[in-house]
Design a protein around this ligand. Structure first.
Ligand code: FAD
Ligand code: DHB
Length: 393
């Protein structure tokens, strides 16, 4: 098997990269470990930044997203039962976010890739990346019990946190940074109309809660739980009770309904400070993880591959290697920003210490400051909707 860019992983990073490259006339092949059904059923993020939506519009894959997604022009922040709204329009010059499930994005991208004749091999794990310091790297893979080789000009490892891309980067080429948080998220999907028109992030003395949504009939909500907690401890009734308490504010009630998906996810900040070795490039969760508060994970993956596709286009069209050699540097500027913002949102809204402690007072001081300072509210709004690509280029 032979192509120009060998892509490992059919998550948002790999699929978006393949379509961006196709637009530039560059050929690629995608290898994906899991089945198509598995990848498309995986419930994860739901918040798309303006940048991400703009890229999908430019690729012609945004029809369903624009029809079924929900554009939000603000966000509610709640602290000890007091709720305020940050309006994006006035603070960000009209930039917004759109709520649309990651698995729907993945379905749309996969359909588009295949409809245009794109090659994608499901249930085909990449086993080893070789010769990436030469002009002809190779990806060894397994398909239906047989070993094969994909020979290419470049390898894009878009294979998530547990993939082989990062493990293949020579250890002396990067430094690793990591924080593990002392809490996790219990996330649910429920058949019930959202009780809010925009997302609510809440600090409560019992812990963090987030009200998000997927459609007029499906709500997505999250609760802070301990790392050693178990999903079996959480009956549907207990989940709804806890959500109602933590999200509660005067004159508002939380609608409840049948829960059809629940799981617990640990939270970490992780990244490496180099995403390239020779002709091997890392993008998305393969290179970094942010805690989910603020919804940056998926958007960072899309931003990475935008920069990578720009670099590859410059190489193939103008034989210019500078943009590719700058890939890590440009991508890392946004990654650092997102790491800071995700950590900020996480520490602002999660219960980290005794209610009433010094840490709590600092959290409260920040929340109260949003209320009085347009500058502080703007800082939060512009990070939340995502800074334009040009800001870091
Ligand atoms: P992935 O989506 O992980 O895609 C990588 C792909 O590579 C996978 O399909 C995998 O099967 C494949 N792969 C791995 N190894 C190999 C191999 N050896 N060969 C071939 N294929 C391979 N972000 C938010 O913003 N908000 C959230 O609420 C949120 N919730 C999340 C919940 C969970 C459980 C997880 C894991 C992540 C969550 N995220 C969330 C993060 C967000 O979903 C990710 O940032 C996003 O999926 C990154 O996309 P990606 O393409 O880089 O990686
Ligand atoms: C969602 C997830 C997030 O982490 C977030 O900050 C906002 C929304 C969601 O799944 O809808």
């Amino acid at each position: 098997l032979k192509t120009q860019v060998g892509i490992i992983g059919a998550g948002p990073a790999g699929l978006t990269l393949a379509l961006l490259l196709r637009k530039q006339g560059i050929k690629s092949v995608i290898l994906e470990n899991r089945s198509r059904e598995y990848v498309q059923a995986r419930v994860r993020a739901g918040l798309l930044e303006q940048n991400t939506v703009d890229i999908y519009k430019s690729l012609g894959v945004a029809d369903r997203l624009l029809r079924e997604g929900h554009e939000h022009h603000g966000v509610y922040l709640s602290f000890d039962g007091k709720r305020i709204r940050i309006p994006f329009g006035e603070l960000t010059g009209g930039r917004n976010i759109t709520i649309y499930g990651q698995q729907e994005v993945v379905k749309d991208l996969t359909n588009e890739w295949i409809a245009g004749g794109g090659q994608i091999y499901f249930e085909t794990p990449a086993l080893k990346i070789e010769d990436f310091e030469t002009n002809n790297p190779k990806i060894h893979f397994e398909s239906e019990g047989e070993e094969g080789v994909l020979s290419c000009d470049f390898v894009a490892a878009c294979d998530g946190f547990h993939g082989i891309g990062r493990k293949t980067l020579p250890p002396d080429t990067y430094k690793e940074y990591a924080i593990t948080y002392p809490f996790s998220w219990l996330g649910i999907l429920a058949h019930v109309a959202p009780s809010t028109d925009e997302l609510i992030y809440a600090y409560h003395e019992r812990g963090f809660a987030l009200h998000s949504l997927r459609s007029e009939k499906i709500s997505r909500l999250y609760l802070q739980v301990n790392n050693d907690d178990n999903i079996d401890n959480w009956s549907d009734e207990r989940i709804w009770e806890e959500l109602a308490i933590r999200l509660g504010t005067e004159g508002w009630t939380l609608k409840t309904g049948p829960i059809f998906e629940k799981s617990i996810t640990p939270m970490r900040s992780f990244f490496i400070d180099n995403m390239q070795s020779g002709r091997l490039f890392l993008a998305g969760d393969a290179a970094h993880i942010v805690p989910p508060t603020g919804g940056k994970g998926l958007n960072l993956a899309v931003a990475d591959v935008k920069h990578l596709a720009d670099g590859l286009a410059a190489y193939y069209q103008k034989n210019a290697i500078e943009a590719l050699d700058n890939y890590s540097k440009i991508a890392l500027k946004r990654i650092w920003r997102a790491q800071d913002f995700s950590n900020f949102m996480t520490t602002l809204f999660h219960k980290q210490d005794e209610h009433g402690s010094f840490t709590y007072q600092l959290q409260k001081a920040k929340f109260d400051y949003i209320h009085v300072s347009n500058a502080y509210a703007t800082t939060i709004a512009e990070n939340y909707v995502g800074l334009p690509f040009a800001a870091f280029e």
